[in-house]
Design a protein around this ligand. Structure first.
Ligand code: HEC
Ligand code: HEC
Length: 400
């Protein structure tokens, strides 16, 4: 966790403290560089490599796809306040961080999320690590940008249950938010419009990057970063027998595409048609966006339905053979990389070992000590304290 403090070791960016105590950081988060245009751009070591997109399995030296950037430090920091502020939900009880929790790998640890008033949100909350590299969002790929995605949870009756008019009024009635939006979007004076809130949330989420796992160190040439067993697991993962990396392609560990793999619903749950609904395509019945495996050891239970409690069970599912969990009467077009690999128990265990090496929460954001609504930020660090990155900040110009 040593690099956690990277943003806080240099000279503190001193900003005048406003009467209400809220100031937006003028600095980019760690591993981002301020461009002459005043925006933050990600710097990572994968920029040294060529892209192998479309050329097989994605070796360890494969470039990343384009990262969604172009946001200023103040837009990012405003997004952080919004992300942790329960005032965004209809009844003031849920923030984005209630379901994308800092202590649960930016997922929520539940098989299916729970919305306002205890409503069943229907699917598991995916992690938000590295979301800024995805061009399709949600399990069924129905959102094309982070901005468009934000409207989903905000206005869904089974998630945050707000409505646009009420959210707009709430933000505009709050003098702190009026000042912070004006600072973050100096070209847009006047009432706060919701597109700015979506942009700020996108800005914040674009900083949730995870590329400092032991796997990454191995990929950059530090062969001792992985144990012998993990290297064996990586080799099975990339093999033409297991084929995991055809879909969970390094370095993102997803191609970002939709695939039909036939994962089950938990007992008693109806079949979920997934991407068939999004695209109106019968061939995509039961298809879901390939999830990243970054920080996968932190985000149990697994799959869109939370059907599997452990990584061992999840890998076993692939090993039990093509179509093993497809309900009777469903004829799914299973992806051609879903086979019957017949891995030994030893090989399954090594894949599970390897998946542990994808953990890196170095740039976990800081929970604001207070948010402009005055409501308690839901992931209150005093409830979930776990390490230095979980400490509240002092709201004085330091992002993390
Ligand atoms: C009630 C729990 C809940 C809350 C609150 C919530 N989310 Fe989510 N989030 C989910 C679930 C469940 C999904 C998956 C939805 C689906 O696929 O149908 C999701 C999906 C996402 C995704 C897509 C990730 C991917 O890999 O495709 C993003 C981005 C996201 N949420 C951001 C947010 C933001 C920003 C907020 C606050 C405005 C928020 N969420 C609030 C539960 C929640
Ligand atoms: C054809 C593409 C494809 C292949 C090959 C593939 N997966 Fe997946 N994987 C997916 C999809 C799609 C999902 C989500 C399915 C769902 O939620 O119903 C998934 C989900 C997962 C999850 C759960 C992720 C989460 O956040 O819940 C794990 C772990 C996983 N796969 C590991 C593997 C391993 C290990 C292999 C090789 C044995 C493998 N996958 C092969 C497409 C693939």
């Amino acid at each position: 966790m040593a690099i956690v403090a990277a943003g806080a070791v240099g000279p503190r960016a001193i900003a005048a403290v406003e009467p209400d105590g809220f100031t937006l950081s003028p600095r980019c988060p760690p591993s981002f560089e301020l461009t002459p245009r005043g925006t933050c751009e990600l710097r990572d070591r994968y920029q040294l490599y060529d892209s192998l997109q479309g050329r097989g399995m994605g070796g360890t030296r494969t470039a990343l796809p384009p990262h969604r950037n172009g946001f200023t430090p103040r837009q990012i920091d405003l997004g952080r306040y919004l992300f942790f502020d329960p005032v965004l939900s209809g009844d003031g009880t849920l923030s984005c961080a209630s379901c994308h929790r800092l202590d649960k790998g930016l997922a929520d640890g539940r098989p299916r999320s729970v919305g306002v008033g205890g409503k069943d949100a229907g699917r598991a909350a995916p992690t938000l690590w590295n979301v800024a590299f995805l061009s399709r969002l949600t399990w069924d790929a129905r959102a094309n940008s982070l901005e468009a995605q934000a409207e989903g949870p905000l206005f869904s009756p089974v998630e945050m249950a707000n409505d646009p008019a009420r959210l707009r009024r709430t933000l505009n009635d709050n003098a702190t938010y009026r000042r912070l939006f004006a600072e973050a979007f100096p070209d847009r004076r006047g009432a706060i419009e919701l597109d700015l809130a979506y942009a700020a949330l996108a800005a914040f989420q674009s900083t949730l990057v995870s590329f400092n796992s032991r796997y990454d160190r191995y990929a950059h040439g530090h062969t001792a970063a992985l144990t012998g067993r993990e290297i064996e697991g990586l080799n099975v993962f990339r093999s033409f027998v297991a084929r995991c990396s055809e879909c969970h392609m390094p370095p993102l560990f997803t191609t970002g595409q939709v695939a039909v793999i036939g994962a089950p619903e938990p007992p008693g749950r109806p079949f979920d048609a997934g991407a068939q609904v999004t695209f109106g395509a019968p061939k995509l019945r039961g298809g879901f966006k390939v999830p990243t495996l970054r920080n996968i050891a932190r985000t149990a239970p697994y799959m869109h339905s939370g059907a599997f409690a452990t990584l061992r069970e999840t890998v076993e599912f692939y090993n039990e053979g093509r179509g093993n969990a497809v309900p009777p009467g469903e004829a799914l077009y299973l992806h051609w990389h879903i086979g019957s690999p017949e891995l030994t128990g030893y090989e399954v265990d090594r894949i599970v070992d390897f998946l542990q090496a994808l953990t890196d929460e170095t740039f976990l954001p800081r929970v604001p000590a207070r948010v402009p609504s005055g409501l308690p930020p839901v992931d209150n660090p005093r409830r979930t304290a776990r390490g230095p990155s979980m400490q509240p900040d002092d709201n004085r110009g330091i992002v993390r």
